[in-house]
Design a protein around this ligand. Sequence first.
Ligand code: UN1
Length: 496
Amino acid sequence: MNYPTFQNLIGGQWLPAAEGKTTLNLNPADHSDVVGAFPSSHGGDVALAVAAAKKAFATWRLVPAPKRAEVLLRAGILLQSRKEQYARDMTREMGKVLAETRGDVQEAIDEAFYVAGEGRRLFGQTTPSELQNKFAMSVRMPVGVVGLITPWNFPMAIPSWKLFPALVSGNTCVIKPATDTPLSTYNLVQTLVDAGLPPGVVNLVCGSGAATGMAIVEHPDVRAISFTGSSQVGSLVAQHAAATFKPVSLEMGGKNAQIVLDDANLELALDGALWGSFGTTGQRCTATSRILLQKGIADKFTAEFVARAKKLTIGNGLDEAVEVGPQVNEGQVETSEKYVAIALAEGAKLLCGGHRLTEGAYAHGTFFEPTVLGAVTSSMRIAREEVFGPVVCLIEFDTFEQAIEIANSIDYGLSTALYTKDVNRAFTAMRDLESGITYINAPTIGAEVHLPFGGVKRTGNGHREGNGAIDFFTTWKAVYVDYSDKLQRAQIDNAE
Ligand code: UN1
């Protein structure tokens, strides 16, 4: 079989993993299509990457922020010209349909232009000193070498959410992409190099979470970690990072509810639910995985929703007619299967889907049918635990207050959506839904890069990407300039 072999980028040089091992990146729609072999790196490779990033930090931090931003601006322009190729590469390694991978590359472009503008802001504050002839201000400083660990579901957008704000702030980076989707991160990093990023400022190291990711998390010279992935792994990352007191930004799971009230525009709510549940084959942390239906519209909505779910075209995402691609790997399909079985054992009703697809065009991929489960109650595991697949459950309720209670009754808090024409209820929901993102009359997916992205409860640990990332990737320094030419003692002189 003929496929390319990729290498790590360390200090501006492309290098194989020191132990010489590689992992194959397979097309989830057709496992006979090998996208490439990527390095299986270990602690030694990470140590080299961190050393390169540390060396580059000495000069990168002194490049004026507007100049650092110009690299991102050029990268955004280059991404525009490469969008179609990168989208195709992404569909091939990750599976989601072309319209969505184009959106993923577009999200990186949006992020580049947004963050490039930040290069001329990075504002601090000035404030009066309590003493005469003394000046006080706070300035944003880079953190140093930062470690970035990214997931497979948004293989270019999410690396860009981390890399670009880290870079404009003056940090240098070691990034580890998900083993399922390293090519899209290669494409992003290659674009940064082509845009003029100096050697060592971004170092790309491929490998597993256990071997490569943890080596980054534990390295004493890495000053902060930004991670997106499951809550289970996020907890491990935070625990290991605590040993060296690293700040950690965690973006993790969701169990996102779309609430549909009796007065909603039903067509709109159906469109939103279908897109929110089965877009990206349900593999988004923002995916709609619970649809809460008020009793007056529940039957009508359910019938129509199931009919539409059954009609979705499943297949290879490179085919423009396909609406739902494969799941990213066998493990994800097994999780979908497992949760359907758990739901049925707990009394849920299978309204459509529920099985992996193995025949004909599906024989060499990891496909799972769009699945709708009815008769679900909020205490069932299917209503509480993240599946990360094309599996959605329907829960009925009587009153608006009950809907809010059910929506909030879980451990996660990323995204919520409410469909209604009642402005009072819309504002009440905006206030009372426990989630980092709330949509009114729009699906739970589709966040824009210039707003804060993140969640509450087990979804995150208080940090935000998008508008908020620079807060994580900078540290405040308070600076006092005394121009009185004498010793002035704060809290003591001028105290009366
Ligand atoms: C994710 O689900 O991991 O808001 C990120 C959205 C996308 C990002 C999703 N812009 O759905």
